[in-house]
Design a protein around this ligand. Structure first.
Ligand SMILES: Cc1cc2nc3c(=O)[nH]c(=O)nc-3n(C[C@H](O)[C@H](O)[C@H](O)COP(=O)(O)OP(=O)(O)OC[C@H]3O[C@@H](n4cnc5c(N)ncnc54)[C@H](O)[C@@H]3O)c2cc1C
Length: 395
């Protein structure tokens, strides 16, 4: 049902939202500067670390190799789900109590975001988890996969209900699964800009300033040096490159998305994940679909540091978009970004040297887990507090 992959430019449709605040850019850092703390990476996680540090009364410098939100923070599906991949029943290396603790920590992060940015940015619309691909199964294999996944979906719903979450069963033409009213959706660029604008008066933030090395006492950049007693590295997708000690723990993965021209009538009531979270989608007020996924179908090719979209994955996502739309779709934007995955889905929050902590490896669902990890990294680097056990704190 989808059209052949079009020549749509590899740009990010979230950037075209007229509701975005004006972004004038941040300066580039030149020369040697000093602060109490330096944060490397200004995505959702790094910005949470900056906030946590300035709230402690420390002077803070934050740097990003590119523009704020030019990494995964501004290129993701915008689903603010609590606990991410670690919550899915079939993929849970954590005890039930730890999963509950992580869920609550993510919801606290979501409340904080909603308070800071408002309901126009952090939309409290809930999320759907559906088994299988959108619509009727196309063949017996799809039908069998869906039946198998439904057992997982029901198990996750039961766990959430046991925690008091008002889970609702969902069974409609999009598929079968459940609705979680606790969770939310956002334009991720709006979220990152909103946070950076709030912090720009409290910390010194720089764009187009890549760290080339981190060590006790500071950070080296392409054009200078930052002296700081505390260093927090929050670069997720580029973690194995900047922190080689973590290369055996976290592996860089490319995730891809596209956006379509508006679809009428509306198809999605709220942000939705399909097929064990391997596909996901949102629909904006104008009716445009933002759809991503397909990594598992091209597994080896997607273990890469390259962050350009590719034809095979894009063709697959366009097929999913057309099933979701129940009509042919016109693709207007295609994009990709790097994240990092760990084998057991637990994110590392580790001390590299005295005063230097790193976090990342959110396995593709770090919109809320990332800031929780970044705050734990600050507590580890500044106070020596051991991170909660839902994170991996040793190498
Ligand atoms: C296509 C896609 C869809 C996704 N969908 C979802 C979703 O719906 N929900 C969800 O929860 N998660 C989703 N994710 C995952 C989520 O985006 C990430 O887990 C999250 O953005 C991680 O936040 P972060 O701040 O740790 O890293 P990032 O957002 O990647 O930010 C890290 C920053 O570090 C900078 N950086 C890198 N190297 C250096 C260096 N050497 N020096 C200085 N700066 C550096 C980068 O430029 C970047 O801005 C998705 C990811 C992708 C790619």
């Amino acid at each position: 049902m989808s059209q052949a992959p079009s020549a749509a430019a590899p740009t990010v449709a979230w950037d075209a939202d007229p509701a975005l605040p004006v972004w004038d850019g941040l300066p580039v850092l030149d020369g040697t500067v000093s602060a109490d703390a330096c944060v490397v990476g200004l995505g959702g996680s790094g910005l949470a670390a900056v906030e946590e540090l300035v709230d402690r009364g420390l002077s803070v410098i934050g740097i990003d190799a590119g523009r704020v939100a030019a990494g995964a923070a501004g290129r993701n599906g915008g689903i603010l789900s609590a606990g991410g991949a670690l919550l899915r029943a079939g993929a849970a290396p954590l005890s039930p109590d730890l999963r509950h603790d992580l869920y609550r920590a993510c919801l606290a992060e979501l409340d904080r975001l909603a308070e800071q940015l408002g309901r126009e940015v952090i939309k409290p619309v809930g999320t759907l988890r559906l088994a299988g691909l959108p619509g009727e199964p196309a063949d017996d294999t799809e039908a069998a996969d869906r039946t198998c996944e439904l057992a997982d979906v029901e198990a996750e719903a039961a766990v959430l209900r046991s925690w008091g979450v008002a889970i609702e069963a969902y069974d409609d033409e999009l598929g079968c699964g459940f609705y979680n009213p606790d969770t939310a959706g956002t334009n991720p660029v709006h979220r990152a800009y909103g946070l950076a604008l709030r912090l720009a008066t409290r910390a010194r933030l720089f764009e187009h300033t890549a760290a080339t090395a981190v060590h006790a006492g500071g950070v080296e950049t392409q054009r200078g040096r930052i002296r700081a007693r505390t260093v927090i590295v929050a670069v997720d997708g580029k973690l194995p490159q900047l922190v080689p000690q973590l290369a055996s723990v976290a592996r860089t993965v490319r995730l891809q998305m596209l956006a379509t021209a508006p679809i009428a009538p509306r198809r999605l009531p709220c942000p939705t994940s399909f097929r064990n979270g391997y596909e996901w989608a949102q629909q904006d007020e104008a009716g445009r679909l933002f759809v991503g996924g397909g990594r598992d179908r091209f597994l080896e090719q997607e273990f890469t540091t390259d962050d350009e979209p590719t034809a095979p994955v894009q063709a697959w996502i366009a097929t999913v978009a057309a099933r979701l739309a129940a009509q042919p779709v016109t693709v207007t934007h295609r994009w990709a970004a790097s994240v990092s995955y760990t084998e057991d889905l637990r994110a590392p929050v580790v001390l590299l040297e005295e005063g230097v902590a790193a976090c990342g490896g959110y396995s593709g669902s770090g919109n809320l887990v990332g800031p929780v990890a970044a705050r734990a990294a600050v507590a580890l680097a500044v106070d020596g507090t051991t991170p909660p056990a839902y994170f991996r704190s040793s190498l």
